[in-house]
Design a protein around this ligand. Structure first.
Ligand code: ATP
Ligand code: MG
Length: 235
């Protein structure tokens, strides 16, 4: 694309609220090819498993950045009392602050009602020019659900789907089963990441029973959990 074909990023005006996130809103608006990863999740709380996966996928696909997208109202987790979206967002923002290739987005938490990944990817696709490729990253457990969704074929048109391995979850079978029945979907890239058998469920349980989560979450997240009294029996 010639320089004269580039167009202004909608949120780059002084004082404007970011559309996607502060660090990557202008990505691709210079007309250069760029790759952006999106890591969706509840992040209740964000932990080293999320961060290490995102970093390894970023490295493998040479992504310009990864945006972590905390879910506003995760419909599949209703009834389990997910922590306040602002608290989950604050922990994600703090966890990625020291990495210029990572950022956190308020897109889903600022949207009213349930969170659907397809709506998020449509919003990202509408924001970024065509020279920005989107990579939607999810773990072996989450990708199985995604592949069963009604919108799976559209999802795979909007973004390249990247599934990362996760201890305790088998990727192969669900993927093969799915491929047989849904020819419309583009292939899912499977990336073997260093196994870290950490989960937010386990971390919440640890905090609840007074055990340490040090080294399983970034220090700023451990501090946040303690200062705000998250996940405690009486919280
Ligand atoms: P919870 O136990 O509350 O479900 P979680 O640890 O699974 O929490 P989520 O916020 O549900 O974290 O996950 C966000 C994304 O990160 C999902 O795609 C999930 O598969 C992936 N993920 C989470 N932990 C790991 C891990 N240790 N290894 C690989 N992928 C992971
Ligand atoms: Mg999960």
């Amino acid at each position: 694309m010639a320089a004269s074909d580039t167009f202004a990023c909608p949120s780059s005006a002084d004082g404007a609220e970011p559309v996607v996130c502060e660090r990557f809103d202008a990505l691709g608006f210079d007309g250069k090819h760029a790759r952006l990863g999106i890591m969706g999740g509840t992040f209740d709380p964000i932990h080293v498993g999320h961060l290490a996966c995102a970093e390894q996928v970023r490295d493998v696909f040479e992504l310009d950045g990864v945006v972590f997208m905390p879910a506003g109202d995760p419909w599949m987790k209703r009834g389990r009392g997910v922590s306040d979206a602002e608290e989950r967002f604050a922990m994600v923002k703090a966890a990625v602050a020291d990495n210029p290739r990572f950022d956190a987005s308020r897109l889903e938490i600022d949207r009213a009602g349930a969170t659907y990944t397809v709506d998020t990817l449509r919003a990202l696709r509408a924001h970024y020019p065509d020279n920005v490729e989107l990579y939607f990253i999810s773990g072996a457990d989450a990708v199985q659900h995604i592949l069963e969704w009604r919108d799976a074929a559209e999802l795979s048109r909007l973004a390249r789907l990247v599934a990362v391995t996760r201890p305790g979850y088998e990727l192969g079978d669900a993927r093969r089963r799915y491929m047989r029945t849904h020819a419309a979907i583009r292939d899912v890239s499977v990336i073997e990441v260093t196994a870290l058998a950490v989960s937010s469920t386990d971390l919440r349980e640890k905090v609840r029973s007074g055990r340490s989560v040090r080294y399983l979450v970034p220090p700023v997240v451990a501090d946040y959990i303690e200062t705000h009294g998250l996940y405690r029996e009486d919280a």
